[in-house]
Design a protein around this ligand. Structure first.
Ligand code: PAF
Length: 282
């Protein structure tokens, strides 16, 4: 595996014939990322000898709305590189912030519709930061495909829109959410949970299943479906505080009153400073 720390190294290393499958990450790689990387390796095989897997590891400062969140974001770079090596990644791109952002930068990429909802409503500027960095990564790597976790359903929807609207020749793919045995979705943020919060956080998943069970029994009122989530979470995770909880259209992400089309329940829940997201498709 080659570690690329600068854009110059990247440009020297990657050739026009490479068919890159890119897995953009912010590091602190866990089993969820390993699954995306394995999916990327399978995808790259489609391109024969030209297929190459690249993982970017970059804690993108401009997508953080809370300094405390950025400062506490784990950055175990040596362990991350060892994971990439072990999994068979071809390129690990680990730039410094100054490599990616000029101090007088004045252009950013902004998505105007899907970004104002869900996480976007409570994290102003977050998706501008994501769209800007992904545009840069797509320009740098010109990937044939790029893979993003379905745990961040909204992010995946926005990046698909970005690729479509800016005509990137990159196939944007989703990768399944991987869960701990308890049901808690794997996340780099889980390491920040206290013991007590860690014990309660799996209730996010069981609350999702409780809400889905109500829907599966024939309930179509979003309020009543979400009430089942709230009730379950309040009972099993008293340390939690819901940031948002919505039942939205699976394609437009607009909140639904009646679940009469493919829908997703999406939530962000705080345990102290740690903000966890999850979703379930109805
Ligand atoms: O999901 C993430 O880890 C980040 O938002 C991403 C896609 C790597 C952009 O910084």
């Amino acid at each position: 595996m080659k570690r690329l720390q600068t854009i110059q190294e990247l440009n020297q290393e990657i050739s026009d014939s490479d068919k890159i499958v890119l897995v953009p990450t912010m590091g602190a790689l866990h089993v969820g990322h390993f699954t995306l990387i394995k999916q990327a390796i399978e995808k790259a095989k489609q391109y024969g000898d030209n297929g190459k897997v690249a993982v970017s590891i970059f804690v993108n400062p401009i997508q953080f709305d809370r300094a405390v969140d950025l400062d506490s974001y784990p950055q175990p770079i040596e362990a991350d590189l060892a994971h990439c090596e072990r999994l068979g990644v071809d390129y690990a791109f680990t730039p410094d912030s100054s490599e990616i952002y000029h101090s007088d930068r004045s252009i950013h990429v902004s998505e105007d519709s899907l970004s104002s909802l869900l996480c976007g409503a409570t994290r102003p500027g977050h998706f501008d930061g994501v769209c800007t960095v992904i545009t840069k990564l797509f320009n740098l790597f010109q990937p044939a495909a790029a893979i993003f976790g379905l745990k961040d359903y909204q992010q995946l929807a926005i990046i698909k829109r970005l690729a479509r609207d800016l005509n990137f020749r990159t196939e944007v793919m989703g990768g399944e959410t991987v869960r701990e045995e308890s049901g808690l979705a794997m996340s780099s943020r889980n390491v920040g949970l206290t013991e007590a919060s860690k014990a309660q956080a799996p209730a996010i998943r069981s609350a999702m299943l409780a809400a889905k069970a109500v829907y599966d029994r024939g309930e179509t009122s979003a309020d009543r479906i979400l009430a089942a989530f709230r009730l379950h979470l309040a009972k099993h995770a008293p340390l939690s505080k819901i940031d948002y909880l919505e039942c939205v259209c699976a394609s437009t992400l607009q909140a639904l009153k009646e679940v009469d089309k493919p829908a997703v329940i999406a939530t962000a829940v705080f345990f102290k400073q740690v903000r966890l997201i999850d979703n379930i498709i109805l």
